[in-house]
Design a binder for this molecule. Structure first.
Ligand SMILES: Cc1cc2nc3c(=O)[nH]c(=O)nc-3n(C[C@H](O)[C@H](O)[C@H](O)COP(=O)(O)OP(=O)(O)OC[C@H]3O[C@@H](n4cnc5c(N)ncnc54)[C@H](O)[C@@H]3O)c2cc1C
Length: 488
């Protein structure tokens, strides 16, 4: 007889892993494994480098929250391998000697292991994400600090804070490479807390904030101009090249440089056959299908791309920053690229959780309210078009309704109200991830809603779709139909 509850292994305990643990705990025996002992609210971490006390508000240790509040099992360790046939993960637990490994079996596995940042570094090392993987730590620039511990992370933040503070003498320069939202936020945070530092920001593109609408880019540019941050666009970063530094009015080069140019995959434990050859930072992203099940990478037949089969028996799902973020190719998207931000990651986590429940129902029955066994197709969530860019603590701009078309979306909130909005999101999101009731009340219905407002709209085929009855984006909209694509 099948056991009453199957086992789900979740790799990663941040936004998507935490969300999935809360959603799956009553249906399955859930285990979360994370290479670090703590949760860190990544969108707020830049502030911690200029105001270290802020780190306490952004972080908490995972074990008490996951095990005592949410009610799932937590393993502090790094997943080194995933065996699709035997359905087990090989883990290096934190407190076992190196090479003494644990094997943890699962019936379903949800990959929520995110990514690193800074494609210019071999392993993607950056200040914005703790260095947690064994291979990266060995070759990292701050090997004297172990960021798998919350105290290690705190010490690293303090160390960097002092480096920045020492530059606040009036004659020191800092170069921020990349004027996307991370670069703009970092430059404006440094400028606010250390006004004596001479800041310069550059980008390869024609303006800041990459794909976001002109109105938001102009707003941020105006702020930086007023704050005395020099901006140079259409500049290729050439470290060490005198001519490059002369072009950006830094003839003596910069006293410190921060690289803020994007993401780098860190799916080291996955079979190479499921990892993309292309994509940001040189590829290595997990291919997934419309149900968010991991699939083999595509092959090419007569120059045409042929999608790979589902990996294993379809019990392994990948959501959030770790996956390829799109299905198909620029000639014919099945799912156009989705930004690597937390809202779409959590929306995907919801879709994957629904599919795990439905797959389990099909095989074993049960699951109370769940009436469907048909797998849900994911979509481009409207919330993937929401971006809040802070400009120091008292200014920000908020864009919504952006989609995969460059320049799309509208700046709907700015200045102090947008800064307050960003703080509100930060405080309540962290509370939700801590399983606090205020945060859960506010955020639960953001994803657990039958409505799919707008953005890219529903990508269901007409046969699987509710014919638009629950999608505001669809011309056929009327009332909520409770059909398969609504996620209930
Ligand atoms: C500076 C900055 C600002 C940002 N601002 C915003 C913003 O304003 N709004 C927004 O929506 N998004 C923002 N983002 C993006 C957002 O933080 C990410 O999209 C989000 O964190 C992704 O969540 P995730 O759960 O997919 O992965 P992550 O948050 O990356 O979590 C992955 C977890 O998996 C663990 N892990 C990785 N590999 C292993 C392994 N092998 N074994 C065990 N555990 C492993 C990691 O330790 C980590 O805890 C920002 C990102 C940065 C860097």
């Amino acid at each position: 007889m099948a056991p009453t509850k199957r086992r789900v292994l979740i790799v990663g305990g941040q936004f998507t892993g935490n969300f999935s643990a809360r959603d799956l705990k009553k249906h399955f025996h859930v285990t979360v494994v994370d290479a670090k002992e703590f949760f860190e609210y990544t969108p707020g971490v830049l502030r911690a480098f200029v105001k270290p006390a802020h780190f306490d508000a952004l972080s908490f240790t995972l074990q008490p929250v996951l095990e005592r509040k949410i009610g799932v099992k937590f393993i502090w360790g790094e997943v080194l391998n995933l065996d699709q046939d035997a359905k087990k993960a090989t883990i290096q637990p934190m407190f076992s000697p190196k090479g003494v490994l644990d094997e943890v079996g699962f019936d379903y596995c949800l990959l929520c292991n995110g990514c690193n940042f800074n494609p210019m570094h071999k392993w993607g090392e950056s200040l914005w994400f703790p260095t947690v993987h064994a291979n990266c730590r060995a070759e990292g620039s701050w090997a004297h600090i172990d960021e798998r511990f919350i105290e290690g992370r705190r010490r690293h933040i303090l160390e960097e804070y002092h480096k920045i503070a020492d530059l606040n003498t009036g004659d020191k320069t800092v170069l921020v490479v990349g004027a996307g939202f991370i670069g703009v936020e970092l430059a404006t945070e440094i400028e606010y807390f250390f006004p004596e530092i001479q800041l310069t920001i550059i980008d390869f593109l024609k303006r800041c904030l990459g794909p976001l609408p002109d109105s938001a880019a102009e707003y941020c540019s105006e702020y930086m101009h007023a704050a005395g941050i020099k901006e140079f666009y259409e500049q290729k970063y050439s470290p060490g090249d005198k001519k490059f530094y002369e072009n950006i009015e830094m003839p003596n080069m910069a006293d410190k440089e921060y690289i803020c140019v994007g993401v780098k995959s860190s799916n080291y434990f996955m079979n190479k056959e499921v990892l993309s050859d292309k994509g940001p930072g040189g590829g290595g992203w997990i291919h997934m299908n419309e149900h968010l099940q991991v699939e083999y990478k595509p092959t090419f037949v007569d120059g045409n791309e042929v999608r790979g089969d589902v990996y294993g028996d379809g019990s392994i799902f990948a959501v959030g920053d770790c996956n390829y973020g799109c299905i198909g190719n620029p000639k014919q998207w099945v799912l156009p690229p989705i930004p690597k931000i937390s809202y779409p990651g959590e929306e995907q986590a919801l879709h994957a959780c629904i599919n795990i429940i439905r797959k389990d129902k099909l095989q074993y029955g049960g699951h109370g309210m769940c009436t469907s066994t048909k797998m849900l197709k994911t979509w481009w969530p409207w919330g993937a078009g929401m971006f809040a860019t802070s400009l120091g603590p008292h200014d920000a701009c908020f864009v919504m309704a952006a989609n995969d078309v460059k320049g799309s979306g509208y700046m709907v909130n700015w200045w102090l109200p947008a800064a307050i909005q960003k703080e509100f999101i930060e405080t309540t999101k962290i509370d939700e991830c801590r399983d606090g009731w205020v945060g859960c009340m506010i955020w639960h219905f953001v994803h657990h809603t039958p409505m799919h407002c707008w953005g890219k709209g529903c990508t269901q085929s007409p046969q699987n779709c509710c014919a638009g009855r629950c999608c505001f984006a669809c011309p056929n909209q009327s009332s909520f139909c409770g059909s398969t694509c609504c996620g209930t």
